[in-house]
Design a protein around this ligand. Sequence first.
Ligand code: NAD
Length: 533
Amino acid sequence: MAVDTTSTAIPDPTALLVGEERAQQIARLVRRVRVAEADGERFEVRSPVTGERVALLPACEEGDVEAAMRRSRSAQAEWARWPARRRARVLLRFHELLLSRQREVLDLIQLESGKSRLNAFEEVMATATTARYYGKHAPAHLRVRRRSGAIPVLTRAHEHHVPVGVCGFITPWNYPLTMGVTDALAALIAGNGVVVKPDAQTPLSALWGYELLEQAGLPPGLAQVVTGDGPLVGGAIVERADFLMFTGSTATGRKLAARCGERLIGCSMELGGKNAMLVLPDAGLERAVSGTVSGAFGNAGQLCIAMERIYVHRSLYDGYLKRLAEQVGKLRLGGDLDWNADVGSMISRKQVEATIAHLDDAVAKGASVVAGGRARPDVGPLFFEPTVLTGVTPEMDCHANETFGPLLEVYRYDDIDEAIERINDSAYGLNASIYAGKIAAARALATRIKAGTVNINEPYAAAFGSIDAPMGGMKQSGMGRRHGGHGILKYTEPQTVASQRLLPLTPDAGTPAAPYAAVMTQGLRLLRLIPRV
Ligand code: NAD
């Protein structure tokens, strides 16, 4: 039910799935999770919007993870022998299937996460973009590269990128399709198998994605999805994977990275953020306000790269705040499977309570609520109004800590250097945004902000969607990067293959050592004179 029905509804181009059809689809997806004990423990996935049960899934045990790893490993050996171009074609077919069958997954994403359909569509866009990018460019990233040999002409060296084996993925609930599938696409196309543990609140979208990948030609068994308890199932993956890609909180990421260190396996961590937007004096006011609204309240603020802090120059501050409060007040809350709502439900009571705790603490310590501020049980049990605070000070919990909900702080600044210092005064460094009139000046400022991505005149989509460029966090927001070359080569081991022709590099047995050293000394001097050696 959308609260405000006055605006123009965008018609869904396709009809929604009927009840029986959807029930059969979900039952089919659940059967993809293979467990040793068919009558073992199960857990429920409930709609955050209605509280109704959407699915009952197997609670996997350690043995199920072990079996999933084995199945993926045995399919991976053959898959790794496919030429990269042949693997890439699977992704391009997946891209087509995804776009033509998006209606199915839009419904599933909304049912299990409660988000608005537009935010669900962002997941389809991000997944299609990743499939297209790696489908077209992975063969170039993975190609064997000629390197300078030890001795020109005599030594030929080549750098290969061999798949690490089976990669583990532990993914969060906030973008269940994007996070559940896209990072694994890069690992798959690099020649790996994958074992994926989606968050227990939202496993269906990922299951749907892997079913679709198999329909696009991915060998059966290569991608395994295991469902259930985070520490138990996720922990079992960490113990067995050849590489771990984790997306979630900094607290969990820190623990898992330590374990990966002990096991000496590679890992990549995409963690939390306390992202800031800087509104420069020459920024377009309307554009900055609209970027703030979508950047802070998209996905009900439950987005790692969402804006939680806005720094506005004093010359624009009053006008900005007035327009922001007006625009936020117009946002339509709703949880139906249609395109009418701007802001959907939050995922869980825990997430709502975390938001309320930050809000109550800030208000008790003197902050002012400029917009929103109330739970909306009239719309659904887990709806909360997009909320804007001013007067936030360092003593307040929300000042330095990620809320991961629809709560935004607005600060006034006088001087740009001071604003950058305040932005960088954070344990996190995931994403940032600058609204500016002069793009070149903003780009120079961007490099002074300690964040893995900086968007100019856009809150997050410009950098996240520029998939040829790396995305990830500095400081406690993570390590490693997704997207681009970084995002695929991390799932490979670089291997050097060098061949020696005509003369050996190491002296034959019995070669007199002193003349050998004299010849080599001359050789080293000569090499110094040859460019690019
Ligand atoms: P979380 O760390 O609690 O859970 C994330 C995943 O880890 C889930 O699948 C969970 O079941 C699993 N898990 C939890 N404890 C585990 C353990 N001990 N061992 C193995 N697996 C375990 O995170 P959350 O609170 O559900 O997600 C929100 C957080 O994720 C926010 O901080 C957000 O900023 C971050 N996030 C980051 C990105 C990014 O790309 N940087 C994207 C989305 C979310």
